[in-house]
Design a protein around this ligand. Structure first.
Ligand code: TZP
Ligand code: MG
Length: 207
């Protein structure tokens, strides 16, 4: 990755086959051509693939990222990081600890989700490369999502960590993405804005 992480996280598309009404590989290709800057493979929740179908899909999605020089991050699944030669791993508060994943992957990009100051206080922020902050707005994509925290959470984090790469997540769409960036985020992480779009190219350009 030649560019800075801040820039690479600007339009961060997250998905797994469970989010898609269409073929995930075609969808990622379309989004890549339209200008997303990073991708997270998040095969998780109801209907998600496991085992070798998950690995095979991951390989195809990784190929698309390589072709378009997009950052390829794996959600949560430590086993897949090396198998898919991912650029990094994103972990939530209930996943493997940041210390463990940093020890296991000293050179990979590690992202951490944070939803409130308690989580920040309990996390070794100095070991992560970027923060995912949210859910910023209401979302139905993640059934166990916490209460929306609003763009104030981006402002708080930006104040506390002036230089860390920071992305907002949760309920972000074309019409509210700018407010997240204005609050101090380096990028927007989206699922349904793209997976549910009737015109992916147009949506990505608007984002
Ligand atoms: N983490 C916090 S909210 C969320 C995740 C994975 C779901 C985001 O999906 P959408 O469709 O962009 O609201
Ligand atoms: Mg997780």
């Amino acid at each position: 990755m030649e560019q800075t992480l801040e820039k690479a996280l600007r339009i961060y598309f997250i998905m797994g086959s469970q989010n898609c009404k269409q073929d995930p590989v075609s969808l990622l290709k379309e989004a890549a051509k339209a200008g997303i800057t990073a991708f997270q493979f998040r095969e998780k929740g109801k209907g998600a693939l496991t085992g070798s179908p998950k690995l095979e899909l991951g390989k195809k999605l990784r190929e698309v990222c390589w072709e378009h020089q997009l950052l390829f991050i794996v959600n949560d699944d430590v086993e897949l990081v090396d198998k898919l030669e991912a650029d990094g791993l994103h972990v939530g508060q209930d996943d493997r600890s940041v210390q463990e994943v940093r020890d296991e992957f000293p050179e990979k990009i590690i992202g951490l989700s944070v939803s409130n100051s308690h989580e920040v206080d309990e996390s070794p922020i100095e070991l992560v490369d970027y923060l995912g902050a949210g859910p910023i707005f209401g979302t139905t994509t993640k059934p166990d999502a916490k209460k929306p925290v609003g763009i104030e959470w981006i402002q708080d984090l930006r104040e506390q960590f002036p230089t860390i790469p920071l992305v907002g997540i949760g309920g972000i769409h074309v019409d509210n993405a700018a407010s997240v960036m204005e609050a101090g985020a380096n990028g927007v992480a989206v699922i349904s804005a793209i997976t549910d779009s009737v015109n992916v190219t147009h949506t990505v350009r608007q984002l």
